[in-house]
Design a binder for this molecule. Structure first.
Ligand code: GLN
Length: 313
């Protein structure tokens, strides 16, 4: 199968935008002070097909810090570099059932970070990035995320500095991982690389292209460049399906039926394997940290575009 024809995809994106732009439930994240200044009215949508066509609606070129959506792509890059079995053993792939920044999840599971989509697992994953120094690991992560997007991504310095001044909890999680022998690199330097990776600027359009790269077996459908292997894309999508929306991943899969990944700046990506990537952006979040408009728009588009993976037709 493939996506419906181009006019239909564009029409459905415009319809989704019109249907949900008035939805103003949820709150903008402000535990990272710089995120709190986001305009809650922003709403962008994008779909990128594996053939390289990109469709957009609303504020799709507005740039936001990528936040936790980076976790999926850094996992893919690290999985590609060190292998399926190694990340399985050292990071894990099971849902914690607890919030993304939970310390309890680590304590309850003998120090296992559990999965790469929560902060503990993302920190453990970033620590495993190739390179002997923090600069080398950052270069690996920055280059890789940029290849997923098909352009060199820039750092939002204000967001980075704001989070770096307020990320004591992530520093503590990294230290706790170290105490369990689960941190492959210096915990504070790893937290710094992780904070930078979360502060890279992307548009909704960029996010759709990044998602489409996972849909396309690791080849960016716009640039034609292979970023990761097909096996790594498959593995990454499996982990996104079980854990991409944190403790709400079950509700997400039940409603949308595709792997997704959210972030606290209001982005969500969704991947239809072999067909394309979808991205939504709107800053107001539900209590788990997932964009309210984004979830509604994605549910609508998943159904209207016929993308639920569990549907037989
Ligand atoms: N940088 C953020 C943090 O570590 C990312 C969290 C998120 O998007 N859920 O808290």
């Amino acid at each position: 199968g493939s996506l419906p024809d181009e006019e239909r995809v564009q029409h459905l994106l415009d319809t989704a935008h019109g249907r949900y732009r008035g939805l103003d439930e949820g709150v903008v994240a402000d535990y990272i002070p710089e995120l709190g200044i986001a305009d809650p009215g922003l709403f962008g949508l994008a779909v990128a097909g594996v053939g390289g066509r990109v469709f957009v609606a609303g504020d799709s070129s507005h740039e936001i810090s990528i936040q936790s959506i980076s976790k999926a792509f850094v996992f893919a890059l690290v999985c590609d570099a060190i292998g399926h079995d190694e990340v399985w053993r050292t990071v894990g792939v099971n849902n914690t059932g607890l919030p993304f920044n939970s310390v309890m999840a680590l304590e309850l599971n003998g120090g296992s970070p559990m999965n790469p989509m929560v902060n503990a697992g993302a920190l453990a994953t970033t620590a495993l990035a190739p390179g002997a120094t923090s600069a080398a690991k950052w270069k690996f992560v920055h280059d890789g995320l940029s290849r997923f997007a098909g352009r060199v991504l820039e750092l939002d310095i204000a967001v980075y500095e704001s989070e770096a001044a307020n990320n004591q909890r992530n520093q503590a999680i990294a230290r706790l991982l170290q105490s369990y022998g689960r941190m492959a690199f210096d915990p504070l330097q790893t937290t710094d690389v992780y904070t930078k990776q979360c502060s890279l600027l992307v548009s909704t359009r960029d996010l759709a292209v990044m998602a489409a790269t996972l849909a396309d077996g690791g080849v960016n459908p716009v640039t034609g460049e292979r970023v990761v292997s097909a096996a790594t894309s498959r593995d990454t999508l499996a982990v996104m399906a079980t854990t991409g929306l944190y403790e709400m991943s079950g509700d997400w899969l039940y409603e949308i039926g595709m792997p997704g990944k959210s972030g606290v700046s209001g982005g969500i990506i969704t991947v239809s394997p072999g067909k394309g990537g979808m991205a939504t952006f709107s800053p107001r979040l539900d209590p788990a940290g997932n964009s309210v408009r984004g979830q509604s728009a994605t549910r609508y588009l998943s159904r209207a575009l016929g993308l639920n993976l569990f549907a037989s037709q």
